[in-house]
Write a protein that binds this ligand. Structure first.
Ligand SMILES: [Mg+2]
Length: 213
């Protein structure tokens, strides 16, 4: 079972490469799973922008859901729905191979009550790595982690603000962006000149192999 850890308790090998990996839209198909969840509660998802609650509608309505209702669905999802996420193809195998030479840490932004569903999901799908349940921009945390090894470090996320935050706080950490949901991908803000952009783990895996070599 993956262990939920604080940054202080996290053990990082001082000379090994380090991979810091997000979950949603990187290892897990969050949007598709959340879509199924809101569907079971009588709502529908129309993915026409890179957003979450603004893509949720009551059937037949043209105005998306108000923030409070969307947030309540999101919070409930992490209580009783977040076990139902499909893993992203190739991610578990790629990380298993990479973890023979690199440390792997899961860094996920999710509410505190997501601890059980998140660790359970990771364990079920072959991601048995230490996990930090985080909130806010990830750059400062990435800096803290990367300082603990002399090896190369990589950060993988779907969200541009986290990648930019990493670049600002810890410019030596190599950055990779993947947006697993093919419907979200064309809508997602990206910056391939600053952060390596990948559509799937078939190219991301080898890029990480090269980065930790
Ligand atoms: Mg994510």
């Amino acid at each position: 079972m993956p262990q939920p850890l604080t940054l202080t308790d996290l053990s990082i090998r001082a000379d090994a490469p380090l991979l810091i990996v997000d979950v949603d839209e990187v290892l897990a198909h969050f949007m598709a799973g959340f879509e199924r969840y809101v569907g079971r509660h009588g709502y529908e998802m129309r993915i026409d922008r890179f957003a979450l609650f603004q893509n949720i509608y009551r059937p037949g309505e043209t105005e998306s859901l108000d923030f409070a209702t969307g947030k309540a669905l999101f919070d409930d999802f992490f209580r009783d729905g977040a076990g139902d996420l499909d893993p992203v193809d190739g991610a578990a195998d790629a990380l298993a191979t990479l973890s023979t030479k690199a440390g792997v840490v899961i860094l996920t932004n999710a509410p505190a009550h997501a601890l059980e569903s998140r660790t359970g999901w990771l364990s079920t799908h072959g991601f048995d790595y230490p996990m930090i349940l985080h909130s806010g921009l990830k750059g400062p945390t990435i800096l803290e982690m990367s300082r603990r090894t002399t090896g190369p470090a990589c950060f993988i996320d779907d969200l541009l603000p986290n990648l930019d935050s990493s670049a600002e706080a810890a410019p030596d950490v190599k950055r990779f962006q993947i947006i697993a949901d093919a419907r979200l991908r064309p809508l997602a803000p990206t910056a391939p000149d600053r952060h390596g952009l990948h559509e799937d783990w078939a190219t991301l895996g080898p890029a990480l192999e090269a980065a930790v070599r």
